[in-house]
Design a protein around this ligand. Structure first.
Ligand code: ADP
Length: 446
């Protein structure tokens, strides 16, 4: 109805009321009584329509045509439209909620929503199968009471979820779970925990690791025998001259194979556990000195190796693993740079973080290779690496050693200008020489 027609209808009503007043005057009513009666009539209509609307709204009845005429018709129509819109919105919301629940129920990973005190607020059916967390039965219970898992409480408290937590489920020992946590909601105080079944991947990884370890182990003995004979024959005066060159090539290749096998065995050992064992104060300056002495021998005077270190700075870690990491980095700086290059070994406390930096001014590494350098057998230039006696496993060993020490490796390189490898160790592993004696006693007493 147009605004003019609404106004017209209301004026017609008032005119009608006026006619009633006139009729009452004609039949002898006083002017005041006639006016009052006409006004009461007009008001009664308004009140009745207002009361009807209020009743509809209170009882949540649907307002449907026919609507009254005039201004009330407009109000009824507007309320009807609003009701229809909110009904549609509610239906859409219910449909969305149902579909979201169905989708969450069909996710094969365990999903658990945790409140700010780590209490279970919601979980999908997979959480019951994988973690034994049942919803709504466990609603409001602390997650660690329902899914008691070593390390989980600390992991949730620590708040660093950049790496997943891998656990063997206590309630089902044949199950391996990878747990990830994503904070969300107001001030990120709620958390969504996702538990993924990685049993198959874990077993495949174990089979691969065992295969590499066993194969390397099995190859070691026959190779030692072959290398022994080749060496004897090479050095024997009875060996005919034409055989000497092939024998020297065999000697070189067997040495290479033995180095690869030793590196593979080292990697297999490092892969057995995520954290370093046999922790003790490690005299890093002494290790660096020994490695640098070996590197100078390898370089045979072709490189200028400079050492700059804090003699008092030690580290709590695994001595042989740390030695292996340092030697791989320093030897790489010699092996992969031309004669005349400069190598700098830097060991300092960088604002509470013990940091080892090995830098050279060699040919550098193109940026596209840097992210892949720590992969096994990844070499920028295969032929050159082989010629320099590289196995392609050195940086993979470095990365594993650092992971086991909660340390980080960063690589910076400028093509044609040099490369620097920096290992940053956690502040908690830092130790001053003066404190090392007391610490040894504490570690022994454990
Ligand atoms: P490798 O046994 O070949 O040294 P690594 O895993 O130690 O294997 O290193 C991987 C590759 O990274 C090397 O083959 C080499 O191409 C490159 N690289 C490592 N260190 C340096 C360096 N200081 N300068 C230039 N290239 C390097």
């Amino acid at each position: 109805m147009s605004a003019d027609r609404v106004l017209g209808f209301e004026l017609a009503l008032l005119a009608g009321a006026g006619v009633v007043a006139l009729l009452l005057l004609l039949v002898g009513a006083t002017p005041a009584a006639a006016l009052l009666a006409a006004t009461a009539l007009y008001l009664a209509r308004h009140l009745w329509l207002l009361w009807r609307l209020a009743r509809f709204i209170r009882r949540q009845h649907r307002l449907a045509p026919p609507f009254p005429a005039g201004v009330w018709g407009e109000i009824y129509r507007a309320v009807g439209r609003y009701q229809q819109r909110s009904r549609k919105g509610r239906k859409r919301q219910i449909r969305f909620q149902r579909r979201f629940r169905e989708a969450a129920d069909s996710v094969p990973d365990a999903l658990v929503v945790l409140g700010k005190s780590q209490q279970v607020e919601w979980a999908n059916p997979a959480a019951a199968a994988l973690m034994g967390v049942q919803w709504p039965a466990h609603d409001g219970r602390r997650l660690t009471d329902v899914f008691a898992q070593r390390g989980l409480g600390e992991y949730l408290e620590a708040g660093d979820y950049s790496r997943p937590l891998e656990v063997a489920a206590d309630h089902n020992q044949s199950l391996m779970l990878s747990i990830r946590v994503a904070p969300f909601g107001e001030r990120k105080r709620q958390r969504l925990l996702v538990g993924r079944d990685i049993t198959k991947i874990f077993h495949l990884n174990m089979i691969r690791r065992d295969f590499v370890a066993n194969a390397s182990h099995e190859l070691r003995t026959p190779l030692t025998v072959i290398a022994g004979f080749v060496e004897n024959l090479s050095s024997s005066a009875l060996t005919p001259e034409p055989h000497r060159r092939p024998l020297s090539l065999m000697d070189k290749q067997t040495t290479r194979m033995r180095t690869i096998i030793e590196d593979l065995l080292t990697l297999s050992r490092l892969e057995m556990q995520d954290t370093a064992s046999n922790l003790a104060p490690v005299n890093v300056p002494q290790e660096i000195e020994q490695v640098v002495a070996d590197a100078r021998a390898l370089s045979a005077g072709d490189h200028d190796i400079v050492v700059d270190m804090d003699e008092d700075l030690l580290l709590i870690g695994n001595q042989s693993e740390l030695r292996s990491a340092v030697s791989n980095l320093v030897f790489n700086a010699v092996k992969h740079t031309p004669p005349g290059s400069h190598v700098q070994v830097h060991w300092h406390d960088d604002g509470g973080t013990p940091a080892l930096r090995v830098a050279d001014d060699g040919p550098g590494i193109a940026p596209e290779h840097i992210p892949r350098l720590t992969e096994r057998f990844y070499r920028v230039d295969k032929a050159r690496s082989r010629a320099s006696g590289g196995t392609g496993l050195g940086l993979a060993i470095v990365k594993h050693v650092l992971n086991r020490h909660d340390a980080e490796l960063s690589i910076a390189s400028d093509l044609g200008r040099g490369t620097s490898f920096t290992c940053r160790f956690p502040p908690a592993s830092r130790l001053r020489r003066a404190d090392s004696g007391a610490l040894v006693q504490v570690l022994r007493a454990r």
